[in-house]
Design a protein around this ligand. Structure first.
Ligand SMILES: [Zn+2]
Length: 427
């Protein structure tokens, strides 16, 4: 965490008054209108990054921003900003938002809530007559989900400098379209939106988001003060064996890539089990070549997603993957490629205190929660004081068309966000 901005420890009376002006019905109506873009038959959303539905969603957001007199701008990775000027308009802005893209079978709230809660916060501030000392910018980060173009969090990582723009623009979707080509279509459709320079140093960043887990619901709290984000390492493992006839090659003379890969997955699973409850390990992708029932598999390509809240344990478990895959090769060629290593992080205490104090001042029941899911806030954390506000997810369900959050909880989260943003922007 870096930054020169000293955070206030509690919201002022004017910030609390502005927060009480949050209109939960207006927020809900906007969420439902936004969910129409990419709506699925099962009640969810398929609004993958840089798609036509994403373009339409961004246009809708800009139209709402224009109604409030906010200035839209877009940077070279497609992050979309709506700016409320400050009295000192050259001061570092307070930034708040999330993402508008979704998983192919996503819900109405993941990402969109954080963007529209920030919009609601700005409208509530305007309604309360608050004139911010510094600008407030609402942001919709490009491709948080990483479902169409991998990896995710492209907008926030390029903004913060964690990834190179050119590398990200070269990434391709399953049909071979590059991010650069898809983004050019978006920027074309937004030809009238002023361009802005990439990056910058915000005074602070606050992201509201659904919890995507069951903790708040179980505890009966409306708001979670997010203490930090779990660490994550992502690997791709390629196992190359030898193709052969399932009936003629003797069992002892085979280099079967599936048998070897299965042994690797079992060995990694055993190591995770031995570690105890903290580690989480997923092999969500497992591709077999040639994937024919009577052919000895020549190649397996699989993913490993390893997560832990403890940096040392995450390092040890992740480092063990290379060794365990090598030990279980069974004569196959093995290649382990690490795609990313994000250490666990703790959001700065002053931001957590301010969010907690905001909840308290509004008499909204809150508790500390830890995030098992990654968010754009992860990357902003290394740039400026950053915090997150969670609202409950029914049944802990997300990345699903069944995703649901009660309107009252959404409004409570937006109230706390308003109190925090108003405090930061007038400090
Ligand atoms: Zn999200």
């Amino acid at each position: 965490m870096a930054g020169d901005f000293v955070l206030p420890q509690r919201p002022g009376a004017a910030a609390v008054a502005a927060a009480e002006g949050v209109d939960g019905d207006r927020l809900w109506a906007r969420l439902m209108e936004m969910a129409a873009h990419g709506a699925t038959e099962a009640g969810g959303v398929n609004r993958q990054a840089l798609s036509d539905a994403d373009i339409a969603a961004r246009a809708l957001l800009r139209s709402w921003g224009a109604e409030l007199g906010l200035e839209a701008s877009v940077d070279t990775i497609g992050n979309l900003f709506l700016r409320l000027p400050g009295k000192d308009d050259g001061a570092a802005p307070v930034l708040s938002g999330s993402h508008l893209d979704s998983q192919p079978t996503g819900g109405k709230f993941d990402g969109a809530y954080g963007v529209l809660a920030a919009l609601e916060a700005v409208e509530a501030m305007q309604g309360a007559g608050i004139e911010p000392a510094r600008p407030i910018e609402i942001v919709a980060w490009t491709n948080e989900e990483g479902s169409r173009f991998s990896p995710g969090m492209m907008g926030s990582t390029v903004f913060t400098g964690a990834r190179e723009l050119d590398t990200v623009l070269a990434a391709r979707d399953g049909e071979g379209t590059t991010v650069g080509a898809a983004l050019a279509r978006v920027l074309d459709a937004e030809g009238d939106v002023p361009k802005r320079q990439l990056g910058g140093r915000p005074a602070a960043f606050v992201e509201a988001h659904i919890e995507q887990g069951p903790v708040l619901e179980a505890a009966g709290k409306s708001v979670g003060v997010v203490t930090g984000i779990e660490g994550k390492r992502v690997f791709r493992v390629t196992v190359i064996g030898k193709m052969g006839h399932a009936g003629t090659v003797p069992q002892g003379e085979r280099q079967d890539a599936v048998i070897a890969a299965a042994a690797m997955v079992t060995a990694i699973g055993d190591a995770v089990a031995a570690d105890g409850r903290g580690a989480k390990f997923t092999v969500g992708m497992f591709n077999v070549h040639p994937n024919a029932p009577s052919v000895i598999p020549a190649k397996v390509h699989f993913s490993v997603d390893m997560r832990h809240a403890d940096a040392v344990k995450l390092s040890a478990l992740g480092d063990g993957i290379v060794r365990l895959c090598g030990e279980n090769g069974m004569g196959c060629e093995v290649d382990v490629n690490e795609l990313s290593h994000d250490a666990p992080l703790d959001f700065c205490q002053p931001m957590r205190s301010l969010i907690g104090a905001g909840s308290g001042a509004l008499a909204i029941p809150s508790m500390d929660v830890f995030s098992g899911a990654g968010h754009d806030a992860r990357h902003l954390h290394y740039l400026c004081p950053t915090g997150m506000i969670f609202v409950p997810s029914r049944g802990g369900i997300s990345h699903s068309e069944d995703e649901w959050t009660e309107p009252g909880h959404l409004a409570d989260g937006a109230r706390v966000l308003t109190a925090v943003l108003a405090t930061l922007a007038t400090a």
